[in-house]
Design a binder for this molecule. Structure first.
Ligand SMILES: C[S@@+](CC[C@H](N)C(=O)[O-])C[C@H]1O[C@@H](n2cnc3c(N)ncnc32)[C@H](O)[C@@H]1O
Length: 160
């Protein structure tokens, strides 16, 4: 249950948020991590408002105006720095992404917006979009060389 307007279902350390304590945002992640020095003078802390799994969100249908979905996108070692920062994809990741996307849509209000972030460092976007039962409205079609990140925008109720 939340009366906030915005939901981030996989906030990690909130790296992309300008205001990491924005009171309008329900920050969620399935893990917590106390302030940890993961590299000399580099720190990470994961401290969500709600610890939960994005495949089974503890929120009612039609709750949020904006949902942000930035799931793990890397196949990497359990103890790697990247796994600490971003989490990792394990077997069954396709089902996890489908279920996560469907949960994001369920808790969005009608006509609400879902922003999906995907980095193609391990898996191309063309393998991800067929997992979703909605097509994106728009996203960054051109990227700088070496930039693997996509930001895509979906709307609940958008006709495929
Ligand atoms: C790519 S990172 C998010 C980075 C974040 N957007 C930022 O700005 O720092 C993905 C996050 O998803 C979390 N995660 C992985 N599986 C999850 C699940 N089933 N439910 C909720 N969070 C999950 C990981 O713990 C990790 O923190």
């Amino acid at each position: 249950m939340s009366d906030k307007r915005i939901l981030d279902v996989a906030c990690g350390s909130k790296m992309f948020w300008f205001d990491k304590n924005n009171p309008d945002v329900e920050f969620c992640d399935k893990r917590t991590l106390p302030l940890t020095e993961y590299y000399p003078n580099r720190y990470i802390e994961i401290s969500p408002d709600t610890v939960c799994d994005f495949t089974d969100l503890p929120f009612k249908n039609d709750s949020f105006y904006l949902v942000v979905f930035d799931p793990p996108h890397l196949r990497c070692g359990d103890t790697s720095i990247m796994a600490v920062k971003y989490g990792q994809l394990k077997s069954g990741w396709q089902t996890m992404l489908t279920d996560g996307f469907n949960e994001c849509m369920r808790v969005l209000r009608p006509n609400g917006v879902l922003v999906f972030k995907w980095s193609e460092s391990s898996i191309s976007l063309s393998k991800i979009l067929p997992l979703f039962n909605s097509t994106p409205l728009f996203g960054n079609r051109r990227r700088q060389k070496g930039d693997t990140t996509h930001w895509l925008c979906f709307m609940k109720g958008n006709i495929k």
